[in-house]
Design a protein around this ligand. Structure first.
Ligand code: TMP
Length: 204
């Protein structure tokens, strides 16, 4: 029995996190065991790495190594066991975020990211990725209303434009797996897009 691995992506402020909880409740009502988790994080070790990652200055290679180290522990201790029991795993960000933020935003070498991905994931990929797409301007307004910025959230508009472009390229390269959600629409309309995708997921 193998569960499904769903990931959620987008620039900071795109509004993905609240929809993850709604989708978890929706799936549980339909009888699924659901594990909600996040990256970087999801295990005690990876949550400690998250604290360093979000609040300490470092170069893009160090960021990449830390986030993949956290991912390795997260896969081994949380994601793979859950999938083996048949659970549906909803993960707030995964490797697309590394290609978007470190690759696109920071301009770090995508070939090295690809090598780390191969070592760390041993072939594991999401079954479905929902990419919450919003312009950097809209996302910045939402962030300003919601919270104090962390280290990555404090980057400028040009950084988030590069991150968004990198997500767009990932989506174009993997259209079977990655679906664009227009996250600038009102909340109900975004939810309608999500349920439409869930009605005909790529594994059907
Ligand atoms: P969150 O605030 O959505 O939980 O994400 C944490 C921050 O970490 C967010 O600004 C995106 C960033 N991040 C990366 O830069 N690379 C990664 O691989 C991941 C997973 C997150």
């Amino acid at each position: 029995m193998n569960g499904r691995f769903l990931t959620f992506e987008g620039i900071d402020g795109a509004g993905k996190s609240s929809h993850i909880d709604t989708l978890a409740a929706w799936l549980r009502e339909r009888g699924h065991e659901v594990v909600v988790t996040r990256e970087p994080g999801g295990t005690p070790l990876a949550e400690r790495i998250r604290e360093l990652f979000l609040h300490t200055g470092m170069d893009a290679l160090t960021e990449s190594l830390l986030v993949f180290a956290a991912r390795r522990d997260h896969l081994r201790e949380c994601i793979e066991p859950a999938l083996r029991r048949g659970a549906t795993v909803l993960c707030d960000r995964f490797t697309d975020a590394t290609f978007a933020y470190q690759g696109g935003g920071r301009g770090f070498d995508r070939r090295i990211l690809g090598q780390l991905e191969t070592w760390v994931q041993e072939g594991r990929q999401p079954d479905l990725t929902l990419w919450f797409d919003a312009s950097p301007a809209v996302a910045a307004q939402r962030r300003a209303a919601a919270r104090q910025p962390d280290r990555l959230e404090s980057q400028d508009v040009a950084f988030f434009e590069r991150v968004r472009q990198a997500y767009a390229a990932r989506c174009a390269a993997a259209p079977q797996r990655m679906v664009r959600i227009d996250a600038e629409q009102p909340r109900d309309a975004v939810w309608a897009q999500i349920t439409a995708v869930m009605a005909s997921p790529p594994w059907q």
